[in-house]
Write a protein that binds this ligand. Structure first.
Ligand SMILES: C[S@@+](CC[C@H](N)C(=O)[O-])C[C@H]1O[C@@H](n2cnc3c(N)ncnc32)[C@H](O)[C@@H]1O
Length: 260
């Protein structure tokens, strides 16, 4: 039976890759990867597996994001079904089971195509954003893909932290090339203002993606977001909306806010 490893590479290129991920990559006959760092991809090829296929070529000539990810998943499935006992790794930034639709397609195909699939966790931006914000969301939180948050008329629970991912692709299914204007956030900001008020302060967080980068946090009132020159959606920030007031006290298990 062929085997597919969905491998998380971590967020900080090259220094958050786990020993488990390295082992899976080394063991694979072929490694497909989507990653923005050419240097890191070259490193993987040189150090761990020479049979590396950069999925950047799958984006060429395509318009819809979903088409690219379906194409990648179909290629991997085809390869896995046409070759007996082949081991294929699909290595992606962060955690493979955090907003990587090609991985979702592959998991959906697992049973239908009789392939064995294993997921190798990686440090996700979900982890790094929490570290950058220095918050523990274990006591209760909500998180959404920004487009889903809008389209499904989700009513936020305003007394727990809210994390909104994929804000740079809000209401957009087309592949982004180049700059993304902050104005695309208008429906999202309008909705947040209804629930939190215009003066509520939110944080745009961009975690460090390589060793020389420091995390970027832009604290800004909701009413000022659309006019901000500081926010760069090109950097793929995640939006943190702090709770209006905290509802955390549970006897014997409460959030610590001071040493006293
Ligand atoms: C396609 S998803 C991939 C997530 C990835 N698999 C993971 O585990 O982190 C991309 C989203 O992750 C978040 N993200 C990616 N890079 C980030 C960064 N450097 N800082 C903060 N959030 C980031 C953003 O919300 C972005 O829209």
């Amino acid at each position: 039976m062929s085997k597919i490893y969905l491998v998380g590479l971590g967020v900080k290129a090259g220094i958050q890759i786990t020993l488990e991920a390295i082992q899976a990559i080394k063991r694979a006959d072929k490694v497909y990867t989507i990653h923005s760092s050419d240097e890191f991809k070259q490193d993987i090829k040189k150090k761990y597996n020479d049979h590396l296929i950069d999925c950047a070529s799958f984006f060429e000539g395509e318009k819809e994001r979903a088409d690219v990810f379906r194409k990648i998943a179909k290629t991997i499935i085809k390869e896995a079904t046409e070759n007996e006992n082949i081991k294929i790794a699909f290595a992606v930034m962060g955690n493979p089971l955090f907003l990587v639709s090609a991985c979702e397609y592959l998991i959906a195909a697992e049973e239908d195509y009789g392939i064995s699939l294993e997921v190798i966790s990686g440090v996700s931006t979900f982890d790094t954003v929490l570290s950058d914000l220095k918050i523990d969301v274990g006591y209760g939180a909500s998180m959404y893909d920004a487009t889903l948050f809008l389209s499904n008329n989700v009513v936020p629970v305003t007394n727990i932290p809210l994390l909104l991912f994929q804000i740079a692709t809000t209401n957009n299914t087309i592949l982004n090339k180049g700059d993304i204007p902050t104005s695309i956030l208008q429906p999202l900001i309008e909705k947040l203002i209804v629930h939190y008020g215009a003066a509520h302060e939110v944080v745009f967080v961009t975690s460090s993606i390589h060793i020389f980068m420091t995390p970027k946090k832009i604290k800004i009132k909701l009413k000022d977001v659309l006019d901000s020159k500081e926010i760069s959606l090109f950097d793929r920030p995640t939006l943190y909306v702090p709770p209006l007031k905290e509802l955390y006290k549970v006897e014997g298990n409460y959030r610590i806010t001071s040493l006293d």
